[in-house]
Design a protein around this ligand. Structure first.
Ligand code: SF4
Length: 175
């Protein structure tokens, strides 16, 4: 079987051909145009999309992976940020006052599984989301420093995380 495979590879891939393996990056699905946001919209981000030329981009929406529907009521932290959620504290509710923390934990764990499946070392995540925020999240209605649940689990597993702003030049960054 092995020798057959090697003949087959030699025929279709002559040795003078160079195969370049692109790095694989996990990306918040909404940044790539998928309509997975809580309100059924997307957050298409052209500089992130343009990375397709150089990298293999894997779109992931942790909130959908955690079992939440789209559209869904918006969620926010009532205390702390993603690190407390991962410690088991139920600190995420939606605007119907329902505790959604377990969905966010599950989605984060599934996103981490995908990183392990594809040996992903970098993730580009949507800023300010309770799942994906890398520098800022909403604590009740106030924008504050903190990290979302998925951003936290990825970072604590040595995956480099950055937001859509981090890949822009400083003068091109969104507020
Ligand atoms: S969970 Fe992340 S990928 Fe999904 S809609 Fe929110 S920001 Fe986008």
């Amino acid at each position: 079987m092995l020798s057959f495979l090697s003949i087959f590879v030699d025929i279709i891939l002559p040795s003078r051909w160079v195969i370049t393996v692109k790095e694989t990056i996990l990306v918040s699905a909404c940044l790539l145009g998928l309509r997975c946001c809580y309100n059924g919209c997307n957050n298409t981000d052209q500089p992130v999309l343009d990375l397709r030329d150089k990298y293999i981009l894997i779109p992931v929406c942790p909130e959908q992976l955690g079992g939440l529907q789209t559209p869904r009521p918006p969620s926010f932290f009532i205390k702390g940020d993603g690190s407390q959620t991962l410690e088991g504290i139920d600190n995420l509710i939606n605007d119907q006052n329902e505790n959604v923390s377990s969905h966010f934990r599950k989605g984060a764990e599934e996103a981490l599984k995908i990183c392990r499946l594809f040996n992903i070392k970098t993730a580009i995540l949507k800023e300010r989301s309770p799942s994906c925020g890398t520098h800022q999240i909403y604590l009740k209605e106030k924008l504050t420093k903190g990290m979302g649940v998925t951003a936290t689990i990825l970072k604590s597993n040595d995956i480099r995380i950055m937001s859509e702003n981090d890949i822009r030049r400083p003068d091109e960054r969104k507020n």
